[in-house]
Design a protein around this ligand. Structure first.
Ligand code: DGY
Length: 322
């Protein structure tokens, strides 16, 4: 019997490719630039499965053009790039990679909060440019982290891991808003207080966005929401760029209505809104919150295990549409 054909749409670790090659006939796109939508469609012809990252969009039109496709396995926890309903309607199994990236993403979220509050990028840029003239009492004075109020919008696994860092590492007062409130015991263990979204925005000294991106959360941090925040507050985004209206954010930062922002994700990434690039009070990183080698390997392994199970009659470890 001919081997099943799959597309590995982005560069993947050698051990993962070996594992997949032992079971399937592989077509691997290992270029640095993702396949354009038309190329992706062409390469998917005759394939039963695809291994993707967040850079490939799986749409209803693509699925209709590739009727042999049975499984879409993304090496990401976020899956806004996959039309889940369209997949489900066509009997295409979809999986993601939750859990294995929770702690490293939370580490990075907290690092970004620290760098933003304590003006680390600004200080380094100034120093490298020869702008460090002397010590002064208010030189690059930033916002306090320990003992301040940490606001978390989206209290899933990563939100809770950030809450633990804030509460138990830095003695922060943790407040959160989420679609559904956590059970009382989980709140007590985290020392986290549930607030309405408006109250959260008003109270937070540092607001971390960790909610999933969907039509419902698109630009849910726009001018009216930013206006509720303290002018001394910072905003950190390690979720998806489209959650924030970047023009409104840039205006708030420029006009001193918000102190600073730390952004790992962007609406048009890898392009970054030019208004953000020119502001001194923004820390910008290129979507690397989960980027440690052990975590990325674990994500790749899990995506491959999902693909193997989905196509060989097993139970994928982390399905999105069982
Ligand atoms: C995810 O897994 O959704 C991240 O954004 C990619 O690192």
């Amino acid at each position: 019997m001919d081997a099943m054909k799959i597309l590995v749409a982005r560069r993947a670790p050698a051990q993962v490719l070996d594992k997949l090659a032992a079971r399937f006939e592989l077509d691997v796109h290992d270029g640095e630039v993702p396949l354009a939508p038309a190329e992706l469609q062409a390469r998917l012809r005759g394939k039963v499965g695809v291994y993707i990252t967040g850079t490939e969009r799986i749409t209803a039109d693509l699925l209709d053009a590739c009727p042999t496709l049975k499984a879409v396995c993304t090496m990401t926890v976020g899956y806004n790039h996959v039309d889940l309903d369209a997949c489900t309607a066509r009997g295409v199994l979809v999986t993601n990679t939750p859990d294995v990236l929770t702690e490293s993403t939370a580490d990075f979220g907290f690092a970004l909060l620290m760098a933003t509050a304590r003006r680390m990028s600004e200080g380094e840029r100034l120093l490298r440019a020869g702008g460090w003239k002397s010590w002064a009492w208010d030189f690059l004075a930033g916002a306090e982290v320990h003992g301040s109020t940490l606001g978390i919008l989206g209290m899933g696994r990563i939100g809770q891991a950030i809450a633990r860092r804030g509460r138990f590492g830095f003695g922060m007062n943790v407040v959160y808003h989420n679609r559904s409130r956590l059970p009382a015991q989980a709140e007590a263990e985290l020392g986290a207080r549930y607030l309405s979204k408006e109250a959260l925005l008003r109270e937070a000294d540092h607001l971390v966005l960790v909610l999933p991106y969907s039509a419902a959360s698109h630009h849910c941090m726009a001018a009216p929401e930013l206006a509720l925040m303290k002018p001394t507050a910072t905003l950190i985004n390690v979720a998806r760029g489209g959650i924030v209206d970047e023009d409104a954010l840039a205006a708030a930062l420029r006009e001193g209505r918000l102190a600073a922002a730390g952004l790992d994700v962007f609406e048009g990434e890898p392009q970054v809104n030019p208004a953000l690039l020119t502001l001194p009070n923004v820390v910008l990183t290129p979507h690397i919150a989960s980027a440690t080698l052990p975590t990325r390997l674990a994500m790749a392994q899990l995506a491959a295990d999902n693909l193997i199970a989905a196509l060989t009659g097993g139970s994928p470890p982390t399905p999105l549409n069982p």
